[in-house]
Design a protein around this ligand. Structure first.
Ligand SMILES: C[S@@+](CC[C@H](N)C(=O)[O-])C[C@H]1O[C@@H](n2cnc3c(N)ncnc32)[C@H](O)[C@@H]1O
Length: 301
């Protein structure tokens, strides 16, 4: 496989195998990712648009911070799973003197025009990194958990550790897709709970979708020190009392309605064996519940 190299000159030209897409139930998927069960989520314009809106949501949620640790004059930053490039582009603009390297299995979502100090390559995060030890000041890894193989987690964290300078930082953000209710009103019969249960089960043999709850332990085991982790409820609608969190919930409602569809469309129908009709009934129920403020639904983030 081509891609991440130890210097920019090693960046390989895009391989047509990674460019090929297939259509499934009206959405565009990367053929390679589906066939190899890497990250079977659409790679079309709708998904790029959703990721950009989700990035803006996270900016609001994280009080406009792009980078959490104290990062001074970084020279090289690695963004694992850059997606639509929203974070990587802002990092490139914020640190114009730094080189930002983005890697992703799919080249489809990023815009054609990107800042001159951002280099996007394709690679599978499940493969050992090819970068030199100690070459990055920051590794950023956000929302890639559904694409990381079950047995890769400790190796992934060790690779992140290895490519960082001794005073470098790893910043990770993941959603635990096990929807909760702030007042306990969601039952196992609700569409949202059925969605979560099915989503967590459908990849049980290959992925570890509970890993987001263990990031601190995974980091410490890989050798990281000074690790801080925080669980934040990501409201799925405007139920919170505080105006800030209500605004976040309101912003998230439409994003979440699209998210439950784009994550589940291929796995539920093609892997779990749900008929398309059953699938759309479930998604419609879950979406109605996202509109129900009394359920106070959230994803642990
Ligand atoms: C939900 S998007 C997140 C994008 C970006 N990190 C953000 O937060 O906006 C997940 C991205 O990770 C990529 N990805 C998932 N698994 C991957 C893997 N094993 N190797 C490389 N990229 C992967 C997907 O192709 C997708 O672009």
């Amino acid at each position: 496989m081509s891609a991440s190299g130890s210097s920019l000159s090693e960046t390989c030209s895009l391989d047509s195998a990674y460019r090929r897409t297939i259509r499934c139930h009206g959405r565009e998927f990367q053929e390679y990712s589906v066939e190899n069960l890497i990250y079977p989520v659409p790679v079309d314009e709708d998904e790029a648009d959703r990721l950009n809106r989700q990035h803006a949501l996270f900016r609001r949620m994280f009080d406009n911070r792009l980078v959490f640790p104290p990062l001074e004059e970084p020279k090289r930053i690695l963004d694992c799973g850059y997606g639509s490039g929203a974070w990587a582009i802002e990092a490139a603009e914020t640190y114009p003197d730094a080189e930002i390297i983005g890697i992703d299995i799919s080249p489809h979502l990023k815009p054609d025009e990107t800042p001159g100090n951002l280099w996007c390559q394709f690679d599978d995060l499940n493969d050992p990194f090819n970068f030199r030890p100690g070459e990055f000041d920051l590794v950023h890894s956000r929302l890639v958990a559904p694409g990381i193989n079950k047995n890769r987690w400790s190796g992934y964290l060790r690779d992140c550790f290895k490519v960082l300078k001794s005073d470098g930082w790893l910043q990770m953000v993941e959603i635990y897709f096990n929807v909760q209710s702030d007042n306990g009103t969601l039952t196992e019969d609700h569409g949202l709970r059925r969605w979560s249960k099915t989503y967590l089960e459908v990849f049980e043999d290959t992925k570890d979708l509970r890993a987001p709850t263990r990031l601190q332990a995974l980091m410490e085991r890989a050798g990281f020190v000074d690790v801080q982790s925080r669980m934040m409820p990501l409201p799925l609608n405007g139920w919170p009392r505080s105006s800030r969190d209500r605004e976040i919930g309101n912003l998230n409602a439409n994003i979440a309605k699209e998210l439950i569809n784009c994550l589940a469309l291929w796995p539920f129908t093609e892997r779990h064996g749900m008929s398309l009709e059953q699938y759309y009934v479930l998604i419609a129920r879950a979406r109605n519940e996202i509109d129900d403020l009394t359920l106070r639904p959230y994803f642990p983030l």
